[in-house]
Design a protein around this ligand. Structure first.
Ligand SMILES: [Zn+2]
Ligand SMILES: [Zn+2]
Length: 347
């Protein structure tokens, strides 16, 4: 089977090898659709501290080729969806209920979805592998991982205010894929959402996806009228400026969710006066728990995720380099890669 290998920054190679066979508890899946992701783009550009180089890609869905000994509930031919990690259930964080912070989260992941097939480790099969219902296309089903991150972010946000878990309005800073997925969640939850971003065409899409208001912002020219007016702010811009902007938008007593990760060692000066005297609640969000994954799957089935709007093109797997070239020049949201012979189409 054919598999993409990221061997160095911006260097993709193809490796042809034998079809993997599952050990006990494992499942080998034929990949039907794999999606590009912002994390993959970071890895493509400069490597990733936890993922390293090698097999590449983590968002996908497909059909079971072979289930290992002892696997219950899945057999050859079953359409499936999954996420790349599962918590160990035994470490300090898992026992404290913070499975998203599991110490062994990245020990053995299902990485390498830009391939004709992938082997899912036993702990992923046990906790985070699910049937793909027929009404979800393979491309839609592959949104399970990014949307689980979104669901987790909202859980963090809602748990931070016991009196009023659902905020009365929300500002979303940044209109990339992640900002749009947060918007989809807010729209579904009927929370009025304002999207703040640079690009007019992305703001136009945000309006189509349900934003009640959009603001073109170059972070130093944000409309003053929006300052301190949102009960919740979700930062998805991925820059120190967008973190600061998020704090500026937050109303007194409100919540700021810092959703995007900044490069290691980044420090961001925040308005300490506002944070203290106006009791701003500043929150981090990382990854997801198996509960978040199940909830994300329910919402995907409920058609909450605007997959067709966020897939910029459907390409054959062999066009992976082209897809990353386009992402690298900030062209498009996400690309779907379809393995196998024949023209790539929505599957
Ligand atoms: Zn992802
Ligand atoms: Zn653990």
């Amino acid at each position: 089977m054919r598999q993409a290998i990221l061997s160095a920054p911006k260097t993709l190679e193809w490796r042809d090898g034998p079809m993997p066979r599952p050990e006990a508890g494992e499942v080998v899946v034929q990949v039907r659709a794999a999606l590009t992701c912002g994390t993959d783009l970071k890895t493509y550009r400069r490597g990733h501290p936890k993922l390293g180089f090698g097999p590449f890609g983590h968002e996908a869905s497909g059909d079971v080729l072979e289930a290992g000994e002892g696997v219950a509930g899945f057999s050859a031919g079953d359409p499936v969806m999954w996420v790349q990690t599962a918590p160990c259930g035994e470490c300090h964080e898992c026992r404290a209920g913070r499975e998203n912070l599991c110490w062994r989260l990245t020990d053995q992941m299902a990485i390498g979805t830009y391939a004709e097939a992938i082997r899912l480790p036993a702990h992923v099969v046990a906790r985070n592998l699910f049937p793909k219902p027929a009404q979800l296309s393979y491309i839609e089903a592959a949104f399970l991982e990014p949307f689980a991150c979104i669901v987790h972010g909202w859980r963090v946000l809602e748990q931070a205010d016991a009196m009023k878990p659902v905020p009365e309005n929300v500002a979303i800073v940044g209109a990339g894929t992640i900002g749009m997925l947060h918007l989809a969640y807010a729209t579904h939850a009927q929370i009025p959402a304002t999207v703040v971003a640079r690009h007019p065409e992305r703001l136009a899409l945000a309006r189509r996806l349900g934003a009640i208001e959009t603001a073109a912002a170059d972070f130093d020219s944000l409309p003053e009228v929006l300052a301190a007016s949102f009960a919740a702010v979700i930062e998805c811009g991925g820059t120190p400026e967008s973190w600061q902007e998020a704090v500026r938008l937050c109303a007194p007593g409100g919540r700021v969710l810092f959703f995007s990760g900044l490069p290691k060692g980044a420090h961001v000066p925040l308005d300490a006066t506002r944070v203290h005297y106006e009791e701003l609640v500043c929150l981090g969000s990382f990854h997801f728990t198996p509960d978040d994954v199940r909830r994300a799957r329910e919402l995907l089935i409920g058609e909450v995720v605007p997959a067709r709007e966020l897939i910029s093109d459907v390409l054959p797997l062999g066009s992976l380099e082209d897809a990353f070239g386009r992402l690298d020049s900030r062209d498009g949201f996400k690309y779907a890669l379809i393995p196998g012979p024949g023209a790539a189409a929505w599957v």
